[in-house]
Design a protein around this ligand. Structure first.
Ligand code: KIV
Length: 284
């Protein structure tokens, strides 16, 4: 199983690595079997799975429900639970209690917290208690209203210096890795060079130690204009749409179900007990 020590080793050995978001049992199983070393149950699930306009409304209970499903589907990946908005904002006690729920109930191995400031102290406390923390700086979606929208951060020298300072403080507080989102490529490179812990970029240029993307973006389940940093490696929404049309058409024309999809009756052998066909449901 991938551990936080392995992730550090990736950086020490100069091996770039991938992280993907996962939100359910089957997708976690597929990504895990594909050898993705880190799966993040991101609060982006509020948007891509639950249809909220921002990640802010998603609750810890909703996150944990999905985390459990991901944990059931995964065997080798390091699993990181994303602490949702307001689940760690009040106090260190609240952060500890809710991070603990992610580990105990959700089956996660680590948690991710957005921001610097007070989060630096929470990171120290959680780490001391044996809960590994992934930091997250730059375009932190939980600060969407503070940032005036989803905007690239750290473009000015002052902004870049603040992110650099927070990154170093999170490292000193014990964070095992750091997500850098929506920052200029040069800043992504500079922070990755100055930190000993691995950075994981999303819209932070090519020089971060790892890269993360959202499941629905990578596989083309989101449609329309994607953010600049997204690369689509498949077009699953198109496949689903084509298949849905084909299914509806075959139902309309009577092509589906054919004999190969239908059960036979037991015939005219009146007394014999009919064999019960087993119906196979489920994922595997
Ligand atoms: O919620 C999320 O999916 C994330 C990643 C994009 C890093 O925080």
């Amino acid at each position: 199983m991938t551990t936080v020590l392995d992730v550090q080793r990736f950086k020490d050995e100069g091996r770039r690595f991938a992280m993907l978001t996962a939100y359910d049992f089957l997708s976690a199983q597929i990504l895990d079997e594909a050898g993705i070393p880190i799966l993040l149950v991101g609060d982006s699930l509020g948007m891509v799975m639950l249809g909220y306009p921002t990640p802010l409304p998603v609750t810890l209970d909703e996150m944990i429900r999905h985390a459990k499903a991901v944990a059931r589907g995964s065997r080798q990946a390091l699993l990181v639970g994303d602490m949702p908005f307001m689940s760690y904002h009040q106090s260190a006690e609240q952060a500890i209690a809710n991070a603990g729920r992610f580990i105990q109930e959700g089956g996660m191995h680590a948690v991710k917290l957005e921001g610097g400031g007070r989060v630096i102290g929470y990171t120290r406390k959680l780490t001391e208690l044996g809960i590994p923390v992934m930091g997250h700086l730059g375009l932190t979606p939980q600060f969407v209203h503070q940032m005036g929208g989803f905007k690239v951060q750290g473009k000015s020298e002052k902004g870049a210096d603040r992110i650099m300072a927070d990154a170093k403080a999170l490292e000193a507080a014990g964070a095992f890795s750091l997500v850098l989102e929506g920052v200029p490529a040069a800043l992504g490179g500079r922070i990755s060079k100055e930190l000993k812990i691995p950075t994981i970029g999303i819209g932070a240029g090519p020089q971060t130690d790892g890269q993360v993307l959202v499941f629905h973006d990578v596989f083309g389940l989101t449609t329309g204009k994607a953010p600049k940093f997204v690369k689509r490696y498949a077009h699953v929404a198109d496949d689903i749409s084509r298949a849905a049309h084909a299914f509806a058409e075959e139902v309309r024309t009577g092509v589906f179900p054919g004999p190969e999809h239908s059960y036979a009756s037991s015939g005219s052998n009146g007394d014999a007990k009919p064999a019960l066909d087993e119906v196979k449901y489920g994922a595997s």
